[in-house]
Ligand binder design. Structure first.
Ligand SMILES: [Zn+2]
Length: 119
């Protein structure tokens, strides 16, 4: 489950940033996850729950993870039609060429996070 590693990276990034904001307890993390980003939302939620259990000092008791899915969209470079691809490299449904260029759906990023300073 590579989502454990992804979530670990996310938490490292957030913790580094949180130090500069004098936040030492996380309450909410929001992620944007593209449909074609290879990260499974359910696995991310599970990874979050595991990290939360392993690091009780880092998370508020009701800390939560919110995942915003980004829809996969592609545009054909030949006929300019827009469609919804099921893979990174996709066949244009109108001209049947492997000419789809992804417009969105690969994002994997921290949208925001919230926390507070625990005394
Ligand atoms: Zn096309």
């Amino acid at each position: 489950m590579h989502e454990m590693a992804l979530m670990g990276d996310i938490l490292n990034i957030i913790q580094e940033d949180a130090v500069t904001r004098q936040i030492n307890q996380l309450e909410k993390i929001e992620l944007t996850v593209g449909e074609l980003s290879n990260a499974m939302p359910d696995a991310l939620r599970m990874a979050f729950a595991i990290y939360k259990e392993q690091n009780p000092q880092l998370f508020a008791e009701d800390a939560a993870l919110f995942i915003h899915m980004e829809e996969a969209k592609a545009e054909c470079i030949f006929c300019n039609c827009h469609y919804k691809p099921t893979q990174r490299i996709s066949i244009c449904p109108s001209c049947n060429m492997p000419s789809g260029k992804l417009i969105s759906g690969e994002t994997f990023q921290v949208l925001s996070y919230e926390g507070s300073q625990k005394k």
